[in-house]
Design a protein around this ligand. Structure first.
Ligand code: PGA
Length: 267
């Protein structure tokens, strides 16, 4: 059975001071949360946080005091060189990152990131043993116009085709994030999210085989919070959540973890 993953994408929030506060209060909360701790030790639940680059070294402390995994929000695909303003895979690895977001919709729309660039980033991350979390999802006009499945499939094909094999597919995490649900308070219904996550898994099974697809984690993201966690992660093809706004404070993030633990401990 696939473990659940609860991941927090802090985006451009929580600078150094706020990260130190987060680490302190997460440590206090985690020490009392035996259920969540037990599930992480049994590897039924994985927790990942994606702080901004400048907060990564201070968040490293979380990986020392708890089984929280650290991820970066982006990399450039080259290892080093004259690329002003960029950060490489070996650099984030040195800071203890074992995950990295790739192709988040904000990077696609604001920074014009192409599927080709995303594909190169995935290849570099895999080469460094860092798990890429590939974000895909349709915009509102695509959902309303009936082309959501095609839009998601195009992102998958163009990002994965050149770099992924049946052997390495399950080292990648896919996050289905409908763009209209991100930061809007409008969550996809658990049923709609399940339908798309199943569509993604079926595509992966066709392209890479049932076994690799069955071992691959597919998350949902877009206005996830403690109220909708249980419903979303109880769906067969939803293996966890990529949480934005509700991951910034320990109070709201820990509620999501508790909800998730409630569902997982019933298995
Ligand atoms: P949100 O963000 O939970 O604030 O909607 C999710 C994301 O962008 O990953």
């Amino acid at each position: 059975m696939r473990s659940k993953i609860i991941a927090g994408n802090w985006k451009m929030n929580n600078g150094l001071k706020m990260t130190q506060d987060f680490v302190r209060s997460f440590e206090e909360w985690f020490a009392l949360s035996e259920d969540v701790y037990a599930l992480t030790v049994e590897e039924k639940l994985r927790i990942v946080i994606f702080p901004p680059f400048t907060s990564l070294s201070s968040a490293t402390h979380l990986t020392e005091i708890s089984p929280v995994n650290l991820g970066a929000q982006n990399i450039y695909w080259k290892e080093q060189g004259a690329f002003t303003g960029e950060v490489s895979a070996p650099m984030i690895k040195e800071l203890g990152c074992s995950y990295c977001l790739v192709g988040h919709s904000e990077r696609r729309s604001i920074f014009k990131e192409s599927n080709e660039a995303i594909s190169k980033k995935i290849a570099t991350l895999l080469a460094y043993g860092i798990t890429p979390v590939l974000c895909v999802g349709e915009v509102l006009v695509e959902r309303e116009g009936g082309s959501a499945f095609n839009a998601v499939k195009k992102q998958l094909v163009e990002s994965l085709e050149a770099v992924v094999t049946p052997h390495n597919l399950s080292y990648i995490v896919i996050a289905y994030e409908p763009v209209w649900a991100i930061g809007t308070g409008k969550t996809a219904s658990a049923q709609d999210a399940q339908i798309m996550c199943k569509y993604i898994r079926d595509y992966l099974a066709d392209a890479y085989g049932e076994e690799s697809a069955g071992n691959t984690h597919i998350l949902y993201g877009g206005s996830a919070n403690a109220q909708n966690t249980a419903d979303l992660i109880s769906q067969e093809d939803i293996d966890g959540l990529l949480v934005g706004g509700a991951s910034l404070k320990v109070a709201s993030f820990s509620e999501i973890l508790k909800e998730c633990a409630g569902v997982v401990s019933k298995y």
